[in-house]
Design a protein around this ligand. Structure first.
Ligand SMILES: [Zn+2]
Length: 194
């Protein structure tokens, strides 16, 4: 059986910003009952952001079980099961659906849609290594930060990702809510089937 991952990523956040933003998201997930446990980390977050940040530096991901509040934020509330897992991961990471590689289309920040331009793989690799890279649009010839490009729903990247494993769909409202929590950064919903 395949695994379905829905990830809300913050493409324009740096790793340091990921450490600042993650506690805001986790506090809300726990307060809303979307996520529950593990107690040790939940306690650390409630007491003070600092212990959480320290825990994350040891292992830049925390995982939670789904809580009763998750049903309010998915497409099919009656189908929430305990196989759903919620992971918050900090660190530069590329999210690519194996069945949709390479992506058919890329959009530059001005909205020109075309097949990914020459050099896009190198630019993604450079972003993964140092956190910044430029990509030049084949349509408007403008170089811009690869973090401002879009490669569709099945390819993206970010230094902060909130991933739901096997949820019964993710409601748009949840993506919007996470976007509010990390404002002024933008968020993108990505999908992978593994
Ligand atoms: Zn363009």
């Amino acid at each position: 059986m395949s695994t379905h991952l829905y990830s809300v990523v913050v493409p324009d956040a740096t790793v340091d910003e990921g450490f600042e933003l993650a506690p805001r998201v986790i506090e809300w997930l726990l307060a809303e009952g979307v996520a529950v446990g593990p107690a040790r980390r939940a306690f650390a977050i409630q007491q003070n952001d600092q212990p959480f940040v320290e825990l994350c530096r040891e292992d830049p991901a925390v995982r939670f079980e789904p809580g009763p509040g998750l049903a309010r934020w998915v497409e099919s509330p009656s189908s929430v099961s305990q196989t759903t897992e919620i992971e918050i991961r900090i660190g530069r990471r590329i999210h690519a659906d194996p069945g949709s590689w390479p992506p058919d289309l890329a959009s530059c920040p001005k909205g020109h849609q075309a097949p990914p331009p020459d050099g896009w793989v190198d630019a993604v690799e450079q972003w993964a290594n140092i956190g910044s890279a430029l990509l030049t649009c084949a349509v408007c010839a403008t170089p811009s930060s690869i973090m401002d490009w879009s490669f569709g729903r099945e390819f993206g990247f970010g230094a902060l990702a909130i991933t739901f494993r096997d949820p019964p769909g993710i409601a748009d409202a949840l993506v919007e809510k996470i976007g509010q929590l990390v404002d002024p950064h933008r968020v993108q919903l990505l999908y992978q089937r593994l």
